[in-house]
Design a protein around this ligand. Structure first.
Ligand SMILES: NC(=O)c1ccc[n+]([C@@H]2O[C@H](COP(=O)([O-])OP(=O)(O)OC[C@H]3O[C@@H](n4cnc5c(N)ncnc54)[C@H](OP(=O)(O)O)[C@@H]3O)[C@@H](O)[C@H]2O)c1
Length: 287
């Protein structure tokens, strides 16, 4: 495939680009400032020059709490930006795969969300990503939308690395134990995205590492596997107010993804182990 990637310098992009190279695909990764997804003409130009078969749209305004203070910017990047990418892909005859989020759901479920469940975002970030999803569906029939959650991986701020850094610094940790989801390793998600693209999947899919936990469970696992000794305490969302509301439960069911690709995403604990090993997080050395 010839694949153009937006947001290629982000945390997920840094896993997707080497995965594309390893798969023998011709890939062009673009990010700010050379490609701004809010500028339709610059997207059109990039697609005209590179002539991709597939566009992977990863670019987004992802700082969830900042989105609350900057709703116009969130909708401009995550909503209008996704529309522009899908429109430019449609015009250029390329399929589009856009990455979305568990934050499109309200978190009141008690079992894993299906792709067909109603979206009811509770944050500006979630609402802007949902607007992006709808725009992609509207303007490009050959689209795939892939919702994922709780990403961690090299090259971007993420919960796993933050826990390791704070525990190494000897800081006591208090972590919320009343939000449940599925941590997902960018390296595994990259494989999932490429498998979906390679089989020409269209429609909406959920793709996360398998299994679920609370943020507290994840912190406890990370601290243990990294061999760090630090006091770790449970807290709850009410005691730890943040600008953006988070869903209490946002586990995503992967059945449609598994059926389409014939592949099961690895378990989140296994993914954390591989990430810690790769970043030397498990050895007590600095990455
Ligand atoms: N991180 C998570 O836990 C998570 C969970 C679920 C879904 N997702 C989705 O997964 C995708 C990748 O997330 P990520 O964690 O890799 O995020 P990330 O590290 O923030 O990467 C996003 C990239 O997009 C760039 N970008 C921002 N505005 C842009 C614009 N107008 N035009 C072009 N590029 C722009 C960012 O540049 P700057 O850094 O300069 O802004 C950044 O390099 C996103 O669609 C996100 O919504 C993430």
């Amino acid at each position: 495939m010839r694949v153009l990637v937006t947001g290629a310098a982000g945390m997920l992009g840094q896993a997707v680009m080497p995965a594309l190279a390893a798969g023998g695909h011709a890939a062009l990764g673009l990010d700010l400032p050379e490609l701004d997804v809010t500028r339709l003409e610059s997207l059109r130009g990039a697609l005209r020059d590179f002539r991709p078969d597939q566009v992977l749209h990863l670019a987004a305004f992802t700082r969830v709490d900042d989105c609350e203070a900057q709703p116009d910017e969130a909708f401009r990047v995550n909503g209008d930006g996704a529309r522009n990418v899908a429109l430019a892909a449609a015009e250029a005859g390329a399929a589009v795969l856009a990455v979305s989020t568990d934050y499109v759901f309200d978190g009141t479920a008690t079992q894993p969300y299906l792709e067909s469940d109603a979206a009811r975002p509770r944050s500006v970030y979630g609402a802007s990503k949902w607007a992006g999803e709808q725009a992609v569906r509207e303007v490009h029939p050959r689209h795939a939308i892939v919702r994922t959650s709780w990403l961690f991986g090299p090259g971007g701020p993420n919960f796993v690395d933050t826990i390791v850094a704070r525990a190494r610094a000897g800081q006591p940790l208090r972590v919320v134990d009343d939000q449940r989801g599925s941590p997902t390793f960018t390296g595994d998600l990259a494989q999932g995205l490429l498998r979906l693209a390679a089989c020409g999947a269209t429609g909406t899919y959920h793709c996360t590492n398998t299994g679920d936990c609370t943020w507290y469970d994840l912190a406890a696992y990370v601290v243990g596997r990294a061999g760090l000794q630090v006091p770790l305490e449970r807290t709850d969302t009410a005691s730890f107010p943040r600008p953006a509301k988070r869903p209490a439960y946002s586990v995503l069911g992967n059945a449609a993804f598994e059926q389409k690709t014939g592949w099961r995403m690895p378990a989140w604990r296994d993914a954390v182990d591989r990430h810690l090993a790769a970043t030397a997080g498990g050895t007590g050395r600095n990455p």
